[in-house]
Design a protein around this ligand. Structure first.
Ligand code: AMP
Ligand code: MN
Ligand code: MN
Ligand code: MN
Length: 280
Protein backbone atom coordinates (compact mmCIF):
# COMPACT_ATOMS: atom_id res chain seq x y z
CA UNK A 1 0.00 0.00 0.00
CA UNK A 2 1.43 3.37 -1.01
CA UNK A 3 0.38 6.21 1.27
CA UNK A 4 0.87 9.90 0.44
CA UNK A 5 -0.59 11.86 3.32
CA UNK A 6 0.30 15.46 2.46
CA UNK A 7 -0.76 17.23 -0.75
CA UNK A 8 -2.29 20.47 -2.02
CA UNK A 9 -4.92 21.47 -4.56
CA UNK A 10 -5.98 24.86 -5.88
CA UNK A 11 -8.22 25.17 -2.82
CA UNK A 12 -5.00 26.57 -1.32
CA UNK A 13 -1.60 27.02 -2.98
CA UNK A 14 -1.53 23.90 -5.15
CA UNK A 15 -1.79 24.35 -8.91
CA UNK A 16 -3.91 21.30 -9.77
CA UNK A 17 -7.66 21.02 -9.28
CA UNK A 18 -8.93 18.28 -6.96
CA UNK A 19 -9.84 16.20 -10.00
CA UNK A 20 -6.42 16.60 -11.61
CA UNK A 21 -4.70 15.79 -8.32
CA UNK A 22 -6.53 12.51 -7.66
CA UNK A 23 -6.01 11.42 -11.29
CA UNK A 24 -2.30 12.11 -11.02
CA UNK A 25 -2.07 10.31 -7.67
CA UNK A 26 -3.70 7.20 -9.15
CA UNK A 27 -1.34 7.37 -12.17
CA UNK A 28 1.64 7.51 -9.83
CA UNK A 29 0.49 4.36 -8.00
CA UNK A 30 -0.68 6.04 -4.80
CA UNK A 31 -3.28 3.89 -2.99
CA UNK A 32 -4.18 6.28 -0.18
CA UNK A 33 -4.01 10.05 -0.66
CA UNK A 34 -4.63 12.76 1.91
CA UNK A 35 -5.46 16.21 0.59
CA UNK A 36 -4.20 18.69 3.16
CA UNK A 37 -4.79 22.23 1.96
CA UNK A 38 -3.65 25.20 4.04
CA UNK A 39 -6.45 26.04 6.50
CA UNK A 40 -9.05 24.72 4.05
CA UNK A 41 -11.15 21.62 3.40
CA UNK A 42 -12.70 23.06 0.24
CA UNK A 43 -10.91 20.67 -2.13
CA UNK A 44 -12.08 17.45 -0.49
CA UNK A 45 -15.58 17.05 -1.85
CA UNK A 46 -14.66 17.42 -5.53
CA UNK A 47 -11.80 14.96 -5.04
CA UNK A 48 -14.20 12.37 -3.66
CA UNK A 49 -16.63 12.97 -6.52
CA UNK A 50 -13.85 12.58 -9.13
CA UNK A 51 -12.64 9.32 -7.54
CA UNK A 52 -16.16 7.89 -7.67
CA UNK A 53 -16.96 9.13 -11.19
CA UNK A 54 -13.72 7.87 -12.69
CA UNK A 55 -13.70 4.76 -10.53
CA UNK A 56 -10.10 5.46 -9.51
CA UNK A 57 -8.29 2.85 -7.39
CA UNK A 58 -7.57 5.48 -4.75
CA UNK A 59 -8.77 6.07 -1.24
CA UNK A 60 -9.07 9.68 -0.10
CA UNK A 61 -8.23 10.71 3.45
CA UNK A 62 -9.85 13.98 4.46
CA UNK A 63 -7.10 16.29 5.64
CA UNK A 64 -6.05 19.85 6.38
CA UNK A 65 -2.77 21.65 7.11
CA UNK A 66 -3.25 24.18 9.89
CA UNK A 67 -0.82 27.07 10.32
CA UNK A 68 -0.13 27.80 13.97
CA UNK A 69 2.35 29.55 16.21
CA UNK A 70 4.62 28.00 18.80
CA UNK A 71 7.26 30.10 20.56
CA UNK A 72 6.92 32.74 17.86
CA UNK A 73 7.71 30.16 15.16
CA UNK A 74 5.25 29.29 12.37
CA UNK A 75 4.50 25.58 12.66
CA UNK A 76 2.28 23.47 10.39
CA UNK A 77 0.06 20.76 11.85
CA UNK A 78 -1.59 18.31 9.47
CA UNK A 79 -4.96 16.87 10.50
CA UNK A 80 -5.67 13.44 8.99
CA UNK A 81 -8.96 11.56 8.77
CA UNK A 82 -10.86 14.57 10.02
CA UNK A 83 -14.57 15.21 9.78
CA UNK A 84 -14.46 18.30 7.53
CA UNK A 85 -17.86 19.42 8.79
CA UNK A 86 -17.00 19.36 12.50
CA UNK A 87 -18.19 22.61 14.07
CA UNK A 88 -14.94 23.47 15.86
CA UNK A 89 -12.97 22.92 12.67
CA UNK A 90 -15.32 25.00 10.54
CA UNK A 91 -15.02 27.74 13.12
CA UNK A 92 -11.22 27.67 13.02
CA UNK A 93 -11.20 27.67 9.21
CA UNK A 94 -13.34 30.79 9.24
CA UNK A 95 -10.99 32.53 11.68
CA UNK A 96 -7.87 31.53 9.78
CA UNK A 97 -9.42 32.78 6.53
CA UNK A 98 -9.94 36.21 8.12
CA UNK A 99 -6.35 36.16 9.39
CA UNK A 100 -5.10 35.22 5.94
CA UNK A 101 -7.13 37.99 4.32
CA UNK A 102 -5.89 40.62 6.79
CA UNK A 103 -2.29 39.47 6.47
CA UNK A 104 -2.54 39.56 2.66
CA UNK A 105 -3.75 43.18 2.85
CA UNK A 106 -0.80 44.02 5.10
CA UNK A 107 1.70 42.26 2.84
CA UNK A 108 0.30 44.18 -0.14
CA UNK A 109 0.63 47.39 1.86
CA UNK A 110 4.29 46.68 2.55
CA UNK A 111 4.88 45.87 -1.11
CA UNK A 112 3.21 49.15 -2.12
CA UNK A 113 5.71 51.00 0.05
CA UNK A 114 8.39 49.30 -2.04
CA UNK A 115 6.71 50.63 -5.21
CA UNK A 116 5.16 47.22 -5.99
CA UNK A 117 1.51 48.15 -6.44
CA UNK A 118 -1.79 46.27 -6.85
CA UNK A 119 -0.49 43.07 -5.26
CA UNK A 120 -3.70 42.46 -3.32
CA UNK A 121 -5.85 42.53 -6.46
CA UNK A 122 -3.23 40.35 -8.14
CA UNK A 123 -3.26 37.60 -5.53
CA UNK A 124 -7.03 37.68 -5.24
CA UNK A 125 -7.23 36.93 -8.95
CA UNK A 126 -4.86 33.95 -8.43
CA UNK A 127 -6.63 32.69 -5.30
CA UNK A 128 -10.23 32.46 -6.52
CA UNK A 129 -12.17 30.21 -4.12
CA UNK A 130 -8.99 29.46 -2.22
CA UNK A 131 -7.21 30.54 0.92
CA UNK A 132 -4.64 33.30 0.22
CA UNK A 133 -1.07 32.22 0.95
CA UNK A 134 2.33 33.77 0.53
CA UNK A 135 2.84 31.33 -2.34
CA UNK A 136 0.19 33.32 -4.24
CA UNK A 137 2.20 36.49 -3.67
CA UNK A 138 5.33 34.71 -4.87
CA UNK A 139 3.53 33.47 -7.98
CA UNK A 140 2.11 36.91 -8.73
CA UNK A 141 5.56 38.49 -8.40
CA UNK A 142 7.00 35.94 -10.84
CA UNK A 143 4.15 36.67 -13.30
CA UNK A 144 4.87 40.40 -13.00
CA UNK A 145 8.53 39.81 -13.82
CA UNK A 146 9.57 41.21 -10.43
CA UNK A 147 11.52 38.09 -9.44
CA UNK A 148 13.00 35.14 -11.33
CA UNK A 149 11.19 32.44 -9.38
CA UNK A 150 9.07 31.84 -6.27
CA UNK A 151 12.10 31.03 -4.12
CA UNK A 152 13.54 34.47 -4.87
CA UNK A 153 10.25 36.13 -3.95
CA UNK A 154 10.56 34.49 -0.51
CA UNK A 155 14.26 35.22 -0.21
CA UNK A 156 13.90 38.89 -1.11
CA UNK A 157 10.46 39.82 0.23
CA UNK A 158 8.23 37.23 1.90
CA UNK A 159 10.31 35.15 4.33
CA UNK A 160 10.51 36.01 8.01
CA UNK A 161 12.44 39.23 8.51
CA UNK A 162 12.31 40.24 4.83
CA UNK A 163 10.87 43.53 3.59
CA UNK A 164 7.28 42.43 2.94
CA UNK A 165 7.02 39.93 5.80
CA UNK A 166 4.05 40.37 8.10
CA UNK A 167 3.98 38.33 11.31
CA UNK A 168 0.80 36.22 11.21
CA UNK A 169 -1.49 35.70 14.17
CA UNK A 170 -2.34 32.05 13.58
CA UNK A 171 -3.91 29.93 16.31
CA UNK A 172 -1.70 28.25 18.91
CA UNK A 173 -0.29 24.76 18.42
CA UNK A 174 -2.47 23.46 21.29
CA UNK A 175 -5.58 24.90 19.63
CA UNK A 176 -4.72 23.24 16.30
CA UNK A 177 -4.21 19.85 17.98
CA UNK A 178 -7.38 20.11 20.08
CA UNK A 179 -9.52 21.13 17.12
CA UNK A 180 -8.18 18.28 14.97
CA UNK A 181 -9.12 15.92 17.82
CA UNK A 182 -12.58 17.47 18.09
CA UNK A 183 -12.92 16.73 14.36
CA UNK A 184 -11.98 13.09 15.16
CA UNK A 185 -8.66 13.31 13.31
CA UNK A 186 -5.00 12.61 14.02
CA UNK A 187 -2.68 15.59 14.58
CA UNK A 188 0.59 15.28 12.67
CA UNK A 189 3.57 17.63 12.97
CA UNK A 190 4.38 18.53 9.34
CA UNK A 191 7.90 18.57 7.84
CA UNK A 192 9.92 18.87 11.10
CA UNK A 193 13.07 19.77 9.16
CA UNK A 194 11.56 22.81 7.43
CA UNK A 195 11.56 25.05 10.46
CA UNK A 196 15.33 25.51 10.47
CA UNK A 197 15.56 24.63 14.17
CA UNK A 198 18.67 23.58 16.01
CA UNK A 199 18.59 20.01 17.36
CA UNK A 200 17.88 21.38 20.82
CA UNK A 201 14.87 23.39 19.62
CA UNK A 202 13.56 20.59 17.40
CA UNK A 203 13.62 18.23 20.39
CA UNK A 204 11.87 20.85 22.48
CA UNK A 205 9.18 21.18 19.80
CA UNK A 206 8.69 17.40 19.61
CA UNK A 207 8.43 17.13 23.37
CA UNK A 208 5.87 19.93 23.65
CA UNK A 209 3.91 18.56 20.67
CA UNK A 210 3.78 15.08 22.24
CA UNK A 211 2.81 16.52 25.64
CA UNK A 212 0.06 18.53 23.96
CA UNK A 213 -1.41 15.20 22.73
CA UNK A 214 -0.04 15.41 19.20
CA UNK A 215 -0.34 11.97 17.58
CA UNK A 216 2.32 11.71 14.89
CA UNK A 217 5.11 13.41 13.00
CA UNK A 218 6.11 13.33 9.36
CA UNK A 219 9.13 11.10 9.02
CA UNK A 220 9.32 10.51 5.27
CA UNK A 221 9.06 12.99 2.38
CA UNK A 222 10.02 12.89 -1.31
CA UNK A 223 13.36 14.69 -1.16
CA UNK A 224 15.33 13.34 1.78
CA UNK A 225 18.47 11.40 2.58
CA UNK A 226 18.15 8.02 4.26
CA UNK A 227 20.10 9.46 7.21
CA UNK A 228 17.60 12.27 7.67
CA UNK A 229 14.74 9.76 7.53
CA UNK A 230 16.36 7.48 10.11
CA UNK A 231 17.02 10.39 12.44
CA UNK A 232 13.37 11.47 12.28
CA UNK A 233 12.30 7.85 12.81
CA UNK A 234 14.42 7.77 15.97
CA UNK A 235 12.80 10.96 17.21
CA UNK A 236 9.34 9.53 16.53
CA UNK A 237 10.21 6.56 18.73
CA UNK A 238 11.88 8.68 21.38
CA UNK A 239 8.83 10.94 21.75
CA UNK A 240 6.35 8.06 21.26
CA UNK A 241 4.81 9.54 18.17
CA UNK A 242 3.34 7.63 15.24
CA UNK A 243 4.98 8.21 11.85
CA UNK A 244 3.54 9.76 8.73
CA UNK A 245 4.77 10.22 5.18
CA UNK A 246 3.82 12.70 2.48
CA UNK A 247 5.16 14.44 -0.59
CA UNK A 248 3.74 17.93 0.18
CA UNK A 249 3.01 18.02 -3.56
CA UNK A 250 1.96 21.48 -4.85
CA UNK A 251 2.50 21.19 -8.64
CA UNK A 252 4.34 18.97 -11.11
CA UNK A 253 8.11 19.53 -10.91
CA UNK A 254 11.26 17.43 -11.37
CA UNK A 255 11.85 17.36 -7.60
CA UNK A 256 8.65 16.48 -5.82
CA UNK A 257 6.08 13.97 -7.02
CA UNK A 258 3.02 12.30 -5.55
CA UNK A 259 3.98 9.03 -3.90
CA UNK A 260 7.68 9.36 -4.71
CA UNK A 261 10.21 7.87 -2.29
CA UNK A 262 7.65 7.43 0.47
CA UNK A 263 8.19 4.55 2.90
CA UNK A 264 8.86 4.17 6.59
CA UNK A 265 12.04 2.64 7.99
CA UNK A 266 12.00 -0.28 10.41
CA UNK A 267 10.68 0.47 13.87
CA UNK A 268 8.16 3.11 12.81
CA UNK A 269 4.41 2.68 13.22
CA UNK A 270 2.37 4.36 10.50
CA UNK A 271 -0.23 6.87 11.63
CA UNK A 272 -2.62 4.86 9.45
CA UNK A 273 -2.32 1.75 11.67
CA UNK A 274 -5.44 2.85 13.52
CA UNK A 275 -7.51 3.16 10.34
CA UNK A 276 -6.27 0.10 8.52
CA UNK A 277 -8.93 -2.25 9.76
CA UNK A 278 -11.63 0.17 8.61
CA UNK A 279 -10.04 0.24 5.16
CA UNK A 280 -10.01 -3.49 4.50
P1 AMP B 1 1.62 30.85 4.12
O1 AMP B 1 0.90 29.67 4.69
O2 AMP B 1 0.69 31.86 3.55
O3 AMP B 1 2.63 31.45 5.06
O4 AMP B 1 2.42 30.34 2.85
C1 AMP B 1 3.39 29.35 3.02
C2 AMP B 1 3.52 28.56 1.73
O5 AMP B 1 4.45 29.19 0.87
C3 AMP B 1 4.12 27.19 2.01
O6 AMP B 1 3.11 26.25 2.23
C4 AMP B 1 4.87 26.87 0.75
O7 AMP B 1 4.01 26.29 -0.20
C5 AMP B 1 5.29 28.22 0.24
N1 AMP B 1 6.70 28.54 0.63
C6 AMP B 1 7.16 28.81 1.87
N2 AMP B 1 8.48 29.11 1.83
C7 AMP B 1 8.85 29.01 0.54
C8 AMP B 1 10.09 29.20 -0.17
N3 AMP B 1 11.21 29.55 0.47
N4 AMP B 1 10.10 29.01 -1.50
C9 AMP B 1 8.97 28.67 -2.16
N5 AMP B 1 7.78 28.49 -1.56
C10 AMP B 1 7.72 28.65 -0.23
MN1 MN C 1 2.04 25.47 0.53
MN1 MN D 1 3.67 23.17 5.31
MN1 MN E 1 1.96 21.44 2.80
Amino acid sequence: MLFDLHSHTNASDGLLSSEELVERAAQKGVDVLAITDHDSVAGLHLAQVAIAQKNLPLRLINGIEISCIWENIEIHIVGLNIDPNAFALQNLIEQQAIRRYERAKNIAHRLAKLQIVDAFEGVQALAVNSSITRAHFARWMVNQGLVKNQQNAFKQYLSKGKRAYVPPNWCSMQEAIDIIHQAKGKAVLAHPNHYELTTKWLKRLLQVFAQANGDAMEVACSQQSIQARCLLANYANQYQLLSSQGSDFHYPSPWIELGRNLYLVKGCTGVWSSWERAME
